[in-house]
Design a protein around this ligand. Structure first.
Ligand code: 6PG
Length: 252
């Protein structure tokens, strides 16, 4: 992987010819990172993202060699955000991850931690998930819970997780999970905050397609929420396909 592959993006950038190649590169990398975490810590704490691009990665992980090679029982699965819908709802990030990955691999059910964004009291649900992170994970920079890895998508407006342009959630410094509002349905969400994202050991964006050019340019120019992702003691990676990079250059 080159440093920024000429994109100007911060961190390490892998430009892959196709969405399939992007999922393959990300799966290979994630399998390696999870094995390193298992060797060093005995477990792998990862926060999954919603979205179509992350889903393609999850589906790839259910294939060989990963379905057999990854030490799935050592995975501690969290979520970066969730919509205020039931866990069996087609627009639930948990539902998507369950269908695409978790139901196909031997993760330990008690180690899969769903965000209960559908609860009427989302503030209480946010507080409980914040406590779960704080009680389960070591403290990282800024005293935020430190994940081994957080996977992120990038919206066309430059949002990531459920941190949307103009949201008060963008400026939260001392809470780990908060309610937020999306610019599209389902609007009501729960999301991790930037302190948690930036405390992770690895932060990996998965960005595919020509519709993401303006958002990627916004990251470089610092004009979109995802530009605030800057691991304080960790590594930022971008898995991009050529269509996303090409559209980035056209969005100048
Ligand atoms: C969500 C995701 C969101 C997603 C981006 C990119 O709950 O929708 O967390 O941040 O990752 O919108 O999604 P695509 O990869 O489908 O474009």
């Amino acid at each position: 992987m080159s440093d920024d592959a000429g994109t100007g993006l911060p961190g390490i950038v892998a430009v892959c010819p196709t969405p399939h190649d992007l999922s393959e590169a990300a799966a290979s990398w994630l399998a390696r990172v999870s094995e390193e975490a298992r060797e060093e810590h005995g477990y792998f704490a990862v926060a999954l993202s919603g979205g179509n691009t992350p889903r393609a990665l999850y589906q790839r992980l259910t294939g060989l060699p990963y379905v057999d090679a990854v030490a799935w029982p050592t995975w501690m699965v969290f979520f970066g955000d969730e919509r205020a819908v039931p866990p069996d709802h087609p627009q639930s990030n948990y539902h998507m991850a369950w269908e695409a990955l978790l139901s196909h691999v031997p993760v330990i059910p008690e180690r899969v931690h769903r965000m209960e964004a559908e609860r009427p009291d989302r503030e209480a649900a946010a507080g409980e998930y914040s406590s779960l992170l704080a009680d389960t994970l070591p403290r990282g920079p800024g005293a935020a819970p430190r994940l081994h890895c957080i996977l992120l998508g990038l919206g066309e407006d430059g949002h990531t997780a459920s941190l949307f342009p103009g949201s008060p959630a963008l400026d939260v410094e001392h809470r780990w999970v908060v309610p937020s509002i999306a610019s599209y349905e389902p609007r009501e969400r729960l999301t991790v905050t930037f302190p948690v994202i930036n405390a992770a050991e690895f932060v990996a964006f998965l960005v595919s397609g020509e519709s993401k050019g303006a958002a990627l340019r916004g990251v470089v120019e610092g004009t979109v929420p995802a530009a605030r992702v800057s691991p304080r003691d960790g590594t930022l990676l971008w898995f991009l396909d050529e269509a996303a990079v090409a559209s980035m250059q056209h969005s100048r």
